[in-house]
Design a protein around this ligand. Structure first.
Ligand code: COA
Ligand code: AMP
Length: 632
């Protein structure tokens, strides 16, 4: 048996011993009573009875343990032309002070705090300050519109919101404060306080009594110590797209999360404490939570917060400049970023411009990595390029080449083999394992390892119904794919309406809800079509109400603007077309999958139950008008 096989097998057959060993690397205030508490299966809890503080483990213990003067955080911002470094001591002190400011404003253990911030050091400080006082943070990505923020405010019911006057996109300043004000207006729940970081690029007007300037808040605060919490207490809620417009509040606990994320740094990414680790993502996404904030700091690594883009800030060499300048040992990003770089620098001339000798490995996730992209970056960098698969729900990789355990051969198109702790199966409709190489629904046998979701925020029944019901004893991932003869996992598509646009997870159902709310729209369909840069892009088909005489182009422009205003620019919804009718089965099911195949020029067979096959020809013609279904 290979080393990987031995480790993986032990992680499943002796799960409690395996994770108890990993937990020894975390500082506990009180040891756990039980490693795995299965008394309420299928809801499992890890390290119940244990007590700790996640911020203490991420900052204070490194200060006390000899890393006080090591850089903990590098802020590199080509969009503002500024850079800043904070040592573990400085980051601890600034975090303790902001924690004091939160406490002085009435925030305590268990209270929720929404963080709606751009990629600046204060965002990490706010997140860690919440963890320090046992408050539950919920970060909302800056590219979402007010309505999405309002939905999250109503679900999380935060006592406070931490935000900034603005974010900076290469082409424009994003005024966060008006979006925040609008969201609070829309929401039924109102936060008591908003702490606003005023950025020099654009200052915001503050509402007396509710809004507090970040600088004022900390100037009056005194440092706050770490508050002991239960291992099973929530650390954060991160909302992610579900199959409707109602996002799912994924909960993360403190104990299992700290144990698992710390473990991944050596075992999956093969980095040593003290090295520089860079996840080029956004703190608004799970990759940012796990690998910009928590895992590197828990493990004593230097992390980077990069306020820029892979291209255009100023060029397609931005990533390589950062790697060279800060001596990054391990980097992580989404395939879409590499496709963007490759498009602008196909020969990799900008890669050659920098000394990348510090870089040992390069990880990709967030969407399927096509073999061309994988091979291109592999050749240009000359280091192992590892595609690994995970989800907001899981918090860390379900399948990965675990470089710190044993480097397995790389197979392009595969996320490698299941990570320790993960018992991955491919199931047919009846819940039976399929033969190697056969596509099916991918499900993981319960219990999931530590660091994964214990449930949804105050909606565990919804969690059970969405993930645990179809295959009893398993967590249904929502991904479809296969496992080959060598045990390699290939993720091919989703089994639901979720699409991945530039590594951002979106629900086509949520976009449809917006289109359907237009006064002239009778019905609609949204699905993801292939895109060379972003992987997938949503397109919309609209059927108008009888008697509507407005120009179709004006209605299309309306719905595009509505999606931007309701969901946000990140949805990248730019194409829609009016059609006479939608293809349906006789029972009324809209054939989105068939339309997607037509748009992408894939072979398809109209289902026998189709109401009227002629509609498919009409749809093809309409889609040609917006640049799809070009060949017959
Ligand atoms: N705040 C406000 N607006 C934001 C935003 C933020 N934090 N992030 C993105 N947006 C806006 C962009 O300005 C853009 O608006 P536009 O329609 O006015 O141009 C829109 O949302 C889409 O943004 P994006 O997906 O970034 O597309 P892009 O065309 O600007 O850039 C890439 C394309 C490939 C360079 C970019 O998508 C990218 O860097 N992707 C990596 C994704 C990633 O790291 N994912 C995390 C998972 S690992
Ligand atoms: P998110 O929750 O935003 O991280 O999105 C999770 C989804 O992204 C997964 O369920 C997959 O559909 C997709 N995904 C993430 N990583 C990969 C990968 N390496 N290969 C294929 N799909 C991936």
């Amino acid at each position: 048996m290979s080393i990987y096989d031995t480790v993986h097998e032990r992680s499943l057959t002796e799960a409690e011993g395996f994770w108890a060993d990993a937990a020894a690397d975390i500082d506990w205030q009180k040891s756990w009573d039980q490693v795995l508490d299965d008394s309420n299966a299928p809801f499992y809890r890890w390290f119940s009875g244990g007590q700790l503080n996640t911020c203490y483990n991420a900052l204070d213990r490194h200060v006390e343990g000899g890393r006080a003067d090591q850089v903990a955080l590098i802020y590199d911002s080509p969009v503002t032309d500024s850079k800043r470094s904070l040592t573990f001591r400085e980051l601890r002190d600034e975090t303790a002070l902001f924690a004091g400011a939160l406490a002085a404003n009435g925030i305590g253990k268990g209270d929720r705090v929404i963080v709606y911030m751009p990629m600046v050091p204060e965002t990490l400080i706010a997140i860690l300050a919440c963890a320090r006082i046992g408050a539950v943070h919920s970060v909302v990505f800056g590219g979402f519109a007010a309505n999405e923020l309002a939905t999250r405010i109503d679900d999380a019911k935060p006592k406070a919101i931490v935000s900034a006057s603005c974010g900076i996109e290469p082409a424009r300043i994003v005024s966060y404060k008006p979006l925040l004000d609008q969201a609070i207006e829309l929401a039924s729940h109102k936060p008591d306080k908003c702490i606003i970081l005023q950025r020099p690029q654009e200052t915001a007007e503050l509402l007396p009594g509710r809004d507090i300037d970040w600088d004022d808040a900390i100037s009056r605060a005194s440092p706050h110590d770490c508050v002991t919490v239960d291992a099973t207490d929530p650390l954060y809620i991160l909302y992610t797209s579900g199959t409707t417009g109602e996002p799912k509040g994924i909960v993360r606990d403190n104990g299992g999360h700290a144990v698992a994320l710390h473990w991944t740094m050596k075992n999956i990414y093969d980095v040593e404490p003290g090295e520089v680790y860079w996840a080029a993502s956004d703190v608004g996404w799970i990759v940012g939570h796990s690998y910009i904030v928590y895992a590197p700091l828990l493990h004593g690594n230097t992390t980077i917060i990069f306020e820029g883009k892979p291209v255009g800030t100023p060029d397609a060499g931005a990533f390589w400049r950062v790697v060279a300048e800060h001596k990054v040992a391990c980097m992580f990003t989404a395939p879409t970023a590499i496709r963007a770089i490759k498009q602008q620098d196909p020969d990799g001339l900008l890669v050659k411009k920098y000394d990348l000798s510090s870089l040992r490995s390069f990880f990709l996730a967030g969407e399927r990595c096509d073999p061309d992209t994988l091979h291109w970056i592999e050749t240009k960098l000359g280091v192992p390029v590892i595609d690994h698969w995970w989800q907001t729900e899981t918090g860390w990789a379900i399948a990965s080449n675990c470089l710190g355990i044993e480097r397995l051969p790389i197979k392009a198109g595969s996320a490698s083999r299941p990570a320790p702790g993960w018992d991955v199966h491919v199931l047919d409709n009846d819940g039976h394992d399929v033969a190697p190489g056969t596509v099916g629904s991918i499900a993981c046998r319960l219990p999931l390892p530590p660091g994964t979701l214990p449930g949804f925020w105050q909606a565990n029944e919804r969690y059970r119904q969405s993930y645990l019901t179809r295959y009893p004893g398993f967590y249904e991932t929502g991904d479809a794919g296969y496992i080959d003869e060598d045990g390699y996992v290939f993720i091919m598509s989703r089994t639901d309406d979720i699409i991945n646009v530039a590594g951002h997870r979106l629900s086509t159902g949520a976009i449809e809800e917006v289109l359907a709310s237009h006064a002239d729209v009778a019905e609609c369909a949204v699905f993801g079509v292939a895109d060379a840069l972003k992987g997938q892009l949503p397109i919309g088909l609209l059927v108008l109400k009888a008697g509507v005489e407005r120009d179709s182009a004006a209605i299309v422009a309306d719905v595009i603007q509505m999606v931007r205003d309701t969901i946000g620019p990140v949805a990248a919804f730019k194409k829609a077309v009016v059609v006479a009718r939608l293809p349906k089965t006789r029972s009324g099911k809209i054939l989105r999958g068939t339309m997607r195949k037509i748009a992408d020029n894939e072979a398809y067979r109209a289902p026998a139950t189709i109401e009227d096959p002629i509609v498919l020809d009409e749809i093809r013609e309409s889609m040609q008008g917006i640049g799809y279904a070009q060949e017959t």
